[in-house]
Design a protein around this ligand. Sequence first.
Ligand code: RBF
Ligand code: MG
Length: 201
Amino acid sequence: MSSEESTEKKDNEHPDSETIKKMLPLRMTSTVVRGFGRGSTDLGIPTANLDRLAIKVLGGTDHKLTFDDLPCGIYWGFCRIGDNTDTVGDGATVYKTAVSIGYNPTYNNKEKTIEPHLIAPPKDTRRHASSCGETLMGEFYDKPIRLSVVGYLRPELPFEGLEKLVEAIKNDIVNAEQLGDSDSADVMQERTWVASEATES
Ligand code: RBF
Ligand code: MG
């Protein structure tokens, strides 16, 4: 079997990176559900998992996209949790985010997840002291979440051991943080959409 015939390539959740880039940005709203809990316990890098049943995909070039169509991969973007009246979820703040969409091949999950890791700004006390700035924010369960997946970073990969997985994720966080600083009109527009209450794209 040639590499083009591998099963991964036939899966519509695994388009090539050029196809993925044409689908971006992808805007979505949902609520936060409980994940596997590994992010905070095993990795020290918690993620807010989007409820697949509540998800609405609003952006992208194809407006008929559903959860199942979202391309697997690791991305950067912007995210906001809670609403404007919510001080616990600190619903007014738009965070930079590094996002995983897919099956966590290191763990071989049977279910697809969409998991943004929210990155606090420098000097935020919830940010780790490490060079990377991964952030522990506490629990967001049941809160509304708005996410714009702006750029593609890499495919999701099976890593040998947690250390290598964590190292890769920290590298993604550094990249997400730098890319989120862009003042290009396209990027600013995504930040603005996440800050808004718009229910259309
Ligand atoms: N899981 C993987 O198995 N392979 C990956 O390459 C991978 N990359 C990730 C990148 C980011 C930025 C984030 C936030 C998560 C990533 N994960 C990856 C998912 C990780 O395994 C998951 O968040 C934890 O297992 C908690 O469910
Ligand atoms: Mg999680």
